[in-house]
Design a protein around this ligand. Structure first.
Ligand code: NAD
Length: 235
């Protein structure tokens, strides 16, 4: 329990789903959490849940941050250092997709997905790296099982996650000698608000869940807590 005590961990996309779940799961281990997302209401909700889980309010920093904007990422790192003085963990979790094959893809969506799912983890890792080298810390990229599968209806998303895996390999090779660990988690289907956000109807989500269950030997869908426990282990 003591190993994460006082360690500064940044989580992007902490206002919802997996990012929120990771924050709440880590809270009882008493780290210093930096919760980053675009919406203040979601950030406040996560902060409240972390406090309910036993983390003191002054161990939580919420930073409004659109990860597709360089100056927002720079502000996130600056504010973290000004507030807590160090960075031990970076969880690059913010991400999204749209339902579109290659032919249907609007190139604005392509750029948006690549900016959030790939460019942001690249730039944020670069910005955090001097601090992670000092703390002998780590980066965790939240990728997806689709990085290894070409699911045509979410083509740019699959591509972004495949590239994110490569970033994990590159970064791990570059920073391992300095004592910084870099890993990714690649969940399958996890129940979060993400599937409604891409515009899927309730019936479509139910059908998708049934299809995923068929291919899941344990006979149950993945839950946010499954991912959170793995992230805690990697941290
Ligand atoms: N839910 C799944 O089935 C599943 C499976 C595999 C991987 N993932 C990955 O897990 C991560 C979290 O997804 P989720 O299912 O919790 O979805 P979610 O929609 O509940 O949460 C995504 C988070 O990312 C944030 N985000 C998106 N764009 C952002 C931006 N420009 N700036 C800052 N924050 C931004 C959202 O605000 C939200 O907090 C994503 O990277 C996703 O690709 C999800």
């Amino acid at each position: 329990m003591a190993s994460l005590k006082g360690k500064v961990i940044i989580i992007t996309g902490a206002s919802s789903g997996i990012g929120q779940g990771i924050a709440v799961h880590l809270a009882p281990y008493k780290p210093k959490l930096v919760l980053a997302a675009r919406g203040t209401a979601g950030l406040e909700a996560t902060s409240k849940q972390c406090q309910d889980a036993g983390l003191a309010a002054d161990s939580i920093l919420t930073v409004q941050c659109d990860v597709s904007k360089d100056d927002n990422l720079e502000n996130l790192v600056d504010t973290t250092i000004k507030t807590f003085g160090s960075i031990y963990g970076l969880v690059n979790n913010a991400g999204y997709g749209v339902i579109a094959n290659i032919e249907q893809t609007d190139m604005k969506d392509y750029d948006g997905i690549m900016n959030v799912n790939l460019r942001a983890p690249f730039y944020l890792s670069k910005l955090c790296m001097p601090h992670l080298k000092t703390s002998k810390g780590c980066v965790i990229n939240v990728s997806s099982i689709v990085s290894k599968m070409g699911i045509g209806v979410i083509a740019p998303y699959c591509l972004s996650k495949a590239a994110l895996d490569h970033l994990t390999h590159l970064l791990a090779a570059e920073t391992g000698p300095s004592g910084v660990r870099v890993n990714s988690v690649n969940p399958g289907y996890i129940r979060t608000p993400a599937h409604q956000k891409v515009g899927l109807a309730k019936e479509q989500i139910a059908q998708m869940e049934t299809e995923h269950l068929i291919g899941t030997p344990l006979g149950r869908l993945g839950e946010v807590e499954d991912v959170s426990k793995l992230v805690k282990f990697l941290l």
